[in-house]
Design a binder for this molecule. Structure first.
Ligand SMILES: [Zn+2]
Length: 177
């Protein structure tokens, strides 16, 4: 299932991308434009707004009740009965939504901190923004969080995803050697 989020659910986009979902973020214009874009691309429109334009029965919309992005993730997974496969976690760039490509270790030596280069052998890169990603302890934590949600247990701490997604990507800034 592909999604489109708007300004009312903006922070949800990165969290769903971290789980491997294809999420387009529509940050401009009126809700009608966002809804039209969702319809045109066959995406489920995730919004908090209740003023949904009537664009026909093919428009898929889920109006979210939850306020916080982490509760919204739970709502999306539960209401749409989604069980994202683990192998898809962190398979997309959190910022661009592009699918990451594997990159040989030697090509990232200059672009990641020394201790990361030493400790990890598997690296991926975003074809658009060139950010480099590597697997870390965040993967295991993410699995546990999603397990909790899917089992109906109260997710004790969705902040984990915030913390881990900040740690998962590093990029050499433009001009930096
Ligand atoms: Zn990117």
């Amino acid at each position: 299932m592909k999604f489109l989020t708007d300004r009312t659910t903006g922070k949800l986009a990165k969290k769903l991308r971290a789980l491997g979902f294809d999420v387009l973020y529509w940050g401009e214009g009126q809700i009608e434009e966002a809804a039209r874009a969702a319809l045109a691309e066959g995406r489920m429109f995730l919004t908090r707004s209740r003023r949904i334009p009537s664009l026909g029965k093919d428009l898929q919309v889920t109006i979210l009740e939850a306020d916080s992005p982490r509760e919204q993730v739970r709502e999306v997974l539960q209401r749409l009965r989604l069980e994202p496969p683990e192998e898809k976690y962190f398979s997309r760039c959190l910022l661009c939504n592009e699918e990451l490509h594997p990159v040989p270790k030697e090509e990232v030596e200059e672009r990641v901190p020394d201790f990361i280069f030493r400790d990890y052998d598997s690296f991926h890169i975003c074809p658009r923004c060139r950010r480099v990603y590597w697997p870390g302890t965040h993967l295991e934590r993410m699995r546990k969080e999603v397990d909790r949600i899917l089992s109906g247990e109260d997710p004790a701490n969705w902040e984990m995803i915030d913390r881990t997604t900040k740690g998962v990507c590093r990029r050499k800034e433009a001009g930096e050697k």
